[in-house]
Design a protein around this ligand. Structure first.
Ligand SMILES: Nc1ncnc2c1ncn2[C@@H]1O[C@H](COP(=O)(O)OP(=O)(O)OP(=O)(O)O)[C@@H](O)[C@H]1O
Ligand SMILES: [Mg+2]
Length: 486
């Protein structure tokens, strides 16, 4: 088990912040890992992270510390996820994309371009070059709908769960990457398709959560299996106080949806940290992954089999101190999450992090049915619910609506399933006791039958007893049974 890597990053002040509060800062550097945050209302707080990137930090530093180790692991078959989180306008997209993935300014290259370069540098220098394949998918979650950024006709991708692949994005586009240039062009096309709008905090504000999904497959010489790993780069939409950003109309609706899914992410992180602490008591903590598309897609990665890094992007202006405080608190909480990533092979049951699925491989209904019949568990409720949602979609029901409608039922179903599981447990126990009693009874009957047989034999021998009496060696010892027979 290892902890997730959590870093904080402070971008330079922007013009609006300078106008409002001049050149003052709400943070005071202690060292590379720690700083003080001063919030006028809430007071002073000390924060420690794995690394703090202050305003003079380079994009290369962020990549080297947070992303490079994860990218290297992905090449050895270990899943990875890097998430940029924070207030709107705090530098999440800048950290991921830099000044644009096609920018020629090398120093401003973000995590995305550097990741692509590192993946291909490794693959092309490897002796087993031909044995690697790198594929890319891109989706955004906009207004609680998952959209394929590489094929805009797929504007409501379904999230499914299968036994072997875990969480999957149904029929998502996957493009085989051939080299760095081609990869960056594809990324750039996808990014152009992403929903962007203008807010008071950010002229080019991301209005959706964007997920870049790299799948790396490595065929091993002399081994039938293939190593496979997924790398997810997640550029979240920013949280915002609508009264402060002056959002209205469409931007307001988007902001509400963004805040809702970020709060679902916060709840998942809280539940995960609770379950990390309570590990060992035998009880499984409920993690509310199903409360948003974002948490559902991140379920397998946050749930354990993935090396995880979180970049908390912040403003250091006193004007945004309370938003910065809440971002940092989120990061501090997340730093307690424990993960246990492992090497994944194709066909291996543990290969779980979000993947893609072709219709022919859809095994979820079969899986749910078989598992529930075989051994009903509370965890199956969410699978059943997923199946019901899929059926709802198939029959033209709106996914979001059906989720809302199903939510209370699924809670009841979960309770019923708990009762069913415990009744089943009790029945199994009763059955064991009954089987034991039956066995005892069977043994008693056999003994009784033998006694009856013996007594019949002895009775039939009775006339001969006087004869035996003359032969001392055949004299039957006097026992209670013989007395009884007489
Ligand atoms: N470390 C940095 N150095 C220089 N400029 C930065 C840095 N971080 C962010 N910026 C600039 O700040 C502005 C806002 O950044 P960005 O778009 O990355 O914010 P964001 O967190 O993605 O916001 P949103 O949630 O609204 O999408 C951009 O103009 C960006 O170039
Ligand atoms: Mg952004």
């Amino acid at each position: 088990m290892s902890k997730i890597t959590v870093c904080a990053r402070f971008r330079p002040l922007i013009a609006r912040e300078r106008q409002e509060r001049g050149d003052s800062f709400c943070i005071e550097r202690i060292d590379d890992d720690a700083f003080l945050l001063k919030d006028e209302k809430e007071g002073e707080f000390k924060f420690n992270f794995d690394k703090v990137f202050y305003q003079d930090s380079e994009q290369a530093d962020v990549y080297a510390f947070m992303a490079r180790p994860i990218v290297h692991d992905v090449l050895t078959g270990i899943n990875g996820i890097i998430i940029s989180y924070g207030q709107t306008g705090a530098g999440k997209t800048y950290s991921m994309e830099g000044m644009g993935v096609l920018s020629t300014v090398k120093s401003s290259e973000g995590i995305l371009a550097r990741t692509v370069a590192e993946l291909f540098a490794h693959v092309s220098s490897s002796k087993e070059y031909a044995d690697y394949s790198v594929k890319l998918s891109m989706v955004e979650i906009y207004m609680e709908k998952v959209r394929d950024l590489l094929d805009l006709s797929k504007d409501n991708i379904q999230i499914k769960e299968t036994k072997s692949q875990g969480i999957i994005l149904h029929q998502i586009t996957e493009i085989l990457l051939t080299d760095v240039e081609a990869a960056l062009r594809i990324l750039s096309t996808g990014i152009t398709n992403r929903a962007v709008g203008e807010t008071q905090m950010n002229l080019s504000s991301s209005r959706s959560h964007c997920i870049y999904l790299f799948s790396v497959l490595h065929e091993l010489t002399g081994d039938k299996r293939k190593k496979c790993a997924k790398l997810m780069l997640v550029d979240l939409a920013g949280s915002e106080k609508v009264e402060k950003t002056g959002a209205e109309g469409k931007v307001l609706e988007e902001a509400k949806m963004i805040n809702k899914s970020l709060s679902a992410l916060g709840n998942v992180v809280c539940a995960l940290t609770r379950s990390s602490k309570s590990k060992g008591d035998g009880k499984e903590n409920h993690i509310p992954y199903r409360n948003s598309k974002l948490t559902r897609i991140l379920q397998d990665s946050l749930g354990g089999n993935s090396r995880t890094a979180l970049l908390c992007c912040c403003s250091q202006s006193p004007a945004n101190a309370s938003e910065t405080l809440s971002t940092l608190r989120f990061g501090a909480r997340a730093s307690h999450i424990k993960v246990s990533p492992r090497v994944n092979f194709t066909g291996h049951r543990q290969m779980k992090t979000v993947g893609v699925l072709s219709p022919a491989k859809d095994e979820s209904s079969e899986y749910v049915g078989a598992e529930v019949v075989e051994k009903p568990e509370v965890g199956h409720v969410k699978l059943l619910e997923e199946e019901m949602l899929s059926l709802g979609e198939g029959s033209g029901l709106n996914f979001t609506d059906s989720e809302e409608v199903l939510s209370p039922f699924s809670m009841q179903l979960e309770e019923a399933m708990k009762d069913l599981a415990s009744s089943l447990e009790q029945l199994r126990h009763d059955n064991d006791v009954l089987e034991k009693k039956q066995e005892d009874a069977r043994r008693k009957i056999t003994v009784n039958n033998n006694i009856t047989l013996l007594s019949t034999i002895l009775k039939s021998l009775k006339p001969l007893w006087p004869v035996f009496g003359w032969i001392p060696a055949l004299r039957i010892p006097k026992c209670s049974f013989c007395s009884f027979m007489q």
